[in-house]
Design a protein around this ligand. Sequence first.
Ligand code: UTP
Length: 474
Amino acid sequence: MMDDSMIDVLKKYGQEHLLRFFNEMNMRQKEKILSQLREVNWQDLDVLVHSYVLNMPETIIPPDIRPSPYFPSEPDSDDRKEFYRVALKRGTELLKKGKVAALTVAGGQGTRLGFDGPKGTFPTTPVKNKTLFQYFAEKLIRTGKKYDCPIHWFIMTSKTNDSQTREFFQKNNFFGMQASFVHFFAQGTMPAIGMDGKVLMETKESLCLSPNGHGGTLLALKLSGSLAQMRKLGIDHISYFQVDNPLVSVADPLFIGLHFVEKSEMSGRMLAKTGPFEKLGNFCLVNGKLNIIEYSDMPKNLAEMREADGRLRFISGSPAIHMISVDFVERLTEGGKLNMPWHRAEKKVPCIDEKGETVKPEKPNAVKLETFIFDALPLAAKSMILEAKREDEFSPVKNPDGVDSLVSCRAMMVDKDVRRLEKAGAKIPRKDNGEPDCLVELSPLVCLDDEDTAAYVASGKFKAPERGAKAYYD
Ligand code: UTP
């Protein structure tokens, strides 16, 4: 049952401690650890151990970093207005023909939020407390109705939350979506590595494994067969967004259309950063190629540089909203392999010690390695960026309170729906300081966008909320 070649491999790379408890295990436990060990490419991992754990990787700052150009959210000339009109028409056509699928990355561990369960099952909306998954599902249902073509939704899970995520959808009847339009696929894992280069064990029969980062999406699409399925379904473009950003437009026709007419392989939305050190990736041109430089890798002098008018020179932050072409993913993952740069993070990872006793570390004891989706940008033959208005597109739920929290996200959801209603001519009570004096939530099933909201208010169904009231509109 014990595979001699596995012992040899582990010995070769100094990881034989992983079989320390093997002889005392029953068959099921032995099978479990062996199957985990077989999934790791030990040779590749050894290279990573040496370059990211035993030695610190050098951050090379390229000499030629410039701000990247982008399309403004509102057209700034007549020519551009016409160009956007054509792009919008194209985006609309692509949605009508079912050429676009939505893809949500939901494989993260959500450690900062500290919620026990997949983040998509976190109750979030301000009045109805809908979960993130329900909110997205309703946006997608309405998108399908609006363009007369139901939209396929691909959801990336991780090994840890895959079955819980699937069960959640089943239990909730897919929130009204057709089950055959919802596709789950699980991403790969990476072992957590102790500071001494040894892979950590979670229990005597399992390694400390965690999802390999949202960059894992591309290879997971290929290896799971989802990419082939997209092809079969006639899908050419992927609208990519994160599970913790309920504000996002799940399939924005202008963004889709610009991605298409620009012949972009991978596109991104940018938003103006709130300050030089906001924790967002920075869109930059590096040697003429579009890149995102992590906030932690951005040289301080560049981050703080300002234009003559006082605006940050590197103003473009990334909210992780992308359009990605299926052809591009196919090209990158040909042969079932994809090399993306790794990013290291030191984390506290509970594990067992050499006696098999549980250790709950008080300070970081391990390096976790992840790849990031945006590292695919420089691999694209062509790319494009469209500005997004933060208040309309981005409010992630990362923390229980404070910045990027449930509290800030709910406030922004109310603000967006109130602005939408007011734009449609509705009267909403506001406090002296200008904040809405009520909690308002629009169901995406009836008010997906400004056009829907205008029709809703015009239909007479809308009753203005009282001061201090909670109002849900569906
Ligand atoms: P974050 O980087 O914010 O990570 O993920 P997280 O796991 O949600 O939260 P923390 O850092 O542990 O608190 C951004 C998006 O990428 C997805 C997440 O689910 C989220 O939608 N993601 C992240 C994956 O799908 N897989 C990963 O391996 C990492």
